[in-house]
Design a protein. Structure first.
Length: 287
């Protein structure tokens, strides 16, 4: 997945390093850093970033003038001002120059990520950011948990779910995500895979008897553990706007339909020797 390119403009080396560090574990990639207006304009023309973070105080021109110069070579440039100052006059002047959003130092990781997601939505969409910053973590945790909980290896595939509904045959453990961003996780599989995984989880032999209720409860608990691990890992990156999970619920049956109308969702498939394990991860639109 192609990274979203960000240019950081700030006369402070420490501020440039801080922004770069915030973006290090996300789908945003710092493609250039400039310490003054002249350098910013030259690097913008050379690297063509998707979005720019702009400081107000630069040694050769302020951030508003630098924005005007960048817009002179690219009228569609997307610029976020990150400054110690954030007053009504500055915002008005900035809007007139073409600055799209304003953040005040010290900026948090979540403030920065959310703002950049909104700013770059027209070019790359939130889909790429959700996938690389959130869903890949869920996929990695699923793969690792299949080893630690069930003792099996897997191959992982990720794709965007284009449908407004999710079709399930067998069992699905459904866990809600609250906080920011809000969403939902569904871990699901067919009945045969459910029994095989449940027995492995409980340390049973394949020929041992296991009731349907016990197998369903095992998958529900596995879904709860996997989702909790993924959310905790994401919270380690986005520390100030934490996600939490709701108690899991289980649905069982044939051709179950779970509605996804307001979610940007992704399908994760883990191919195992016991059968395919599916995880659908969705986030509310407009977050």
């Amino acid at each position: 997945m192609e990274k979203v390119k960000v240019m950081v403009v700030d006369d402070s080396r420490i501020s440039r390093m801080m922004v770069s560090s915030m973006l290090a574990k996300t789908n945003f990639e710092v493609c250039a850093m400039a310490e003054n207006s002249a350098e910013a304009v030259a690097l913008y023309a050379k690297t063509k970033p998707d979005v720019v973070t702009m400081d107000m105080n630069l040694p050769d021109a302020d951030g508003i003038e630098c924005t005007r110069r960048i817009h002179a070579i690219d009228p569609k440039a997307k610029i976020v001002m990150i400054s110690a100052m954030k007053d009504a006059k500055l915002i008005m002047q900035g809007r007139m120059a073409g600055i799209g959003s304003f953040l005040q130092k010290p900026v948090s990781t979540n403030e920065l990520i959310d703002t950049l997601m909104i700013m770059c939505n027209e070019n790359v969409g939130a889909v790429a950011v959700y996938r690389e910053s959130y869903v890949t973590t869920f996929a990695k945790v699923l793969q690792q948990s299949l080893v630690s909980i069930f003792g099996i290896q897997s191959e992982i595939e990720i794709s965007q779910n284009e449908e407004s509904v999710l079709h399930v045959d067998g069992v699905a453990a459904v866990i809600g995500i609250v906080g920011e961003p809000k969403g939902r996780v569904a871990l699901y599989m067919d009945s045969e895979t459910m029994y095989s995984l449940s027995k492995a989880m409980l340390g049973m032999d394949p020929q041992d008897d296991l009731s349907a209720d016990e197998a369903e409860a095992a998958i529900e608990e596995a879904g709860n553990i996997i989702t909790g691990r993924a959310v905790s890992r994401i919270n380690d990156v986005f520390k100030d706007k934490e996600m939490r999970i709701t108690p899991p619920g289980t649905v069982i049956g044939s051709d179950i339909i779970l509605s996804n109308p307001e979610l940007i969702s992704f399908n994760v498939v883990a191919k195992t020797s016991y059968g395919n394990v599916f995880m659908n991860v969705g986030f509310a639109r407009g977050v």
